[in-house]
Ligand binder design. Structure first.
Ligand SMILES: [Zn+2]
Length: 482
């Protein structure tokens, strides 16, 4: 199944196949960026070597490739883009970056960040597409389920404390933060942000950009920003001890602090903060909650294919409470049609894990309990909306597929916790852990119910869950020698 997924992800896109290398460079560059922006790709990649230019993009978090071009034509394309971005064409041996504002055919504007590095294979040029038309999404339109939305709004309604948004690079953390800021930006609060870079300009809030070249980092800017008397501070990323400590101090002194942090799941944010030297007790006192997140691809509603649930009728019982009363047991797999460019998917969709710092959770953090125990304590006091619950509800609602969930979410977090003592009171959990040493790794259950279901559907029913294509090869294999 792994290989089928791999092939599915690398189905080539044909939207640039018609380009003739005799047409002008200017027209070609314009056409490439226009088409790629229509696909709502986040990045466009050019990999040049002696033989060819390989062209790819990241669409909804997945690497896709286009047809290759000749090396000669590719060099001209890269040079033209660099010139438009104000990059010196003379020095190909150093990393360089630039910016270019692109006007689309529908007159909307996209901000393009261009970055070029030399590799031993040839030049690599990446264009990051910041589409301001899609960047700012009101929290109500974010695709959160109602119980998730109310939990997040409750967190944002606190006057002071810290809300962390975590997840790997490319998991949409800044989009979530911007939506949260928009929710708070009602004129009743002074909002300052520290960003690297400022991705979207939001009317009504004061946005500052860090500038490492001038020696202005998050920590310095945060200290200065606190003197500006803000009610809300958004810290683009906590990535050093000084920023972590200052952010905690700011949250403790009456500010609402929103920040992103690298951490695979919510309870592990505690480890990240402690690794930056923050005292667990101080952190516990200021923490309001953690949102961890991943992006899955949203199914195209025009071509999604219903999958019979009868072989596994109880699979979604756990999330029945999160589904509408009239929900009928049905899930979907990806199809293909013109509207989704034959991919079966139309957009990225955020799957959140939300952990609220209740008194029990705070005590567990202050007591330096392990992340899995903190999560268990949170579950026992209904302070935890798990990845599993969020993901399965989205499968049940036909928003995404089981394969997407298994691709994008940490598998350990999809485990069924029902065999754990979820109703265990916090003190008992704490004493249990203290007695057994806090270094015991979390148990790993081989028999994930999700895996069994997926296998049941794919193997026993021979459902067409992952339509593999014969003409697909992966980017890496074709990248160097075409
Ligand atoms: Zn479709």
């Amino acid at each position: 199944m792994e290989s089928a997924l791999g092939e599915l992800h690398n189905v080539p896109l044909h939207v640039l196949d018609h380009i003739d290398e005799h047409q002008s460079i200017e027209t070609t560059v314009h056409e490439i960026v226009e088409k790629v922006s229509q696909l709502r790709a986040s990045d466009l990649f050019f990999a040049l070597d002696d033989n060819a230019l390989m062209l790819g993009c990241r669409q909804m978090g997945i690497l896709r490739r286009f047809r290759p071009f000749s090396a000669n034509f590719g060099r001209k394309l890269i040079n033209h883009i660099k010139a438009l971005a104000g990059i010196d064409l003379g020095d190909r041996n150093r990393p360089s970056e630039g910016r270019w504002i692109f006007r689309r055919e529908d007159a909307s504007v996209i901000d393009l960040r261009i970055n070029s590095i030399p590799t031993i294979n040839g030049e690599d040029l990446t264009i990051r597409l910041l589409d301001r038309n899609f960047g700012l999404i009101p929290l109500d339109d974010f695709g959160l389920l109602s119980h998730e939305l109310s939990r997040l709004k409750w967190l944002l309604g606190r006057k002071a404390g810290m809300i962390l948004v975590t997840g790997p690079t490319g998991s949409g953390k800044s989009t979530t933060l911007y939506s949260c800021l928009q929710q708070l930006n009602d004129g009743s609060r002074k909002i300052n942000t520290l960003e690297d870079p400022v991705e979207y300009i939001v009317k009504g809030i004061r946005q500052s950009q860090i500038n490492p070249k001038l020696g202005i980092d998050f920590a310095d800017l945060l200290v200065a920003c606190l003197r500006q008397g803000p009610d809300v501070i958004m810290v683009g990323e906590i990535r050093d001890p000084q920023t972590a400590e200052t952010a905690v101090r700011a949250a403790a002194s009456g500010h609402l602090v929103l920040a992103t942090l690298h951490s695979p799941f919510a309870a592990k944010a505690v480890n990240a903060m402690v690794s930056y030297g923050v005292a667990p007790r101080a952190f516990a006192e200021t923490l309001l909650g953690v949102v961890s997140q991943r992006l899955v691809r949203r199914l195209c509603e025009h071509c999604r294919v219903p999958v019979d649930m009868s072989p596994v009728p109880d699979f979604l019982n756990d999330v029945r409470r999160d589904l509408p009363d009239d929900w009928t047991p049905c899930i979907y797999s990806a199809g293909h049609c013109e509207r989704c460019h034959d991919t079966g998917f139309v957009a990225s969709h955020c799957v959140p894990e939300i952990l609220v710092a209740t008194p029990e959770v705070r005590r567990a953090i202050a007591d330096r309990l392990m992340p899995d125990v903190i999560a268990r304590v949170a579950r026992s006091s209904d302070a935890h909306l798990s990845f599993r619950r969020a993901a399965l509800a989205r499968v049940a609602l036909g928003i995404t597929t089981i394969e997407e969930v298994m691709r994008a979410l940490p598998l350990d977090e999809l485990e069924d916790p029902s065999d754990e003592a979820t109703a265990l009171p916090a003190e008992e959990v704490a004493s249990l852990v203290n007695a057994t040493s806090s270094t015991v790794p979390p148990p790993h259950h081989q028999s994930l119910r999700n895996t069994s279901l997926s296998e049941a559907l794919v193997d026993e029913q021979s459902m067409r869950v992952s339509p593999a294509r014969n003409d697909s090869t992966d980017w890496e294999r074709t990248g160097g020698n075409s």
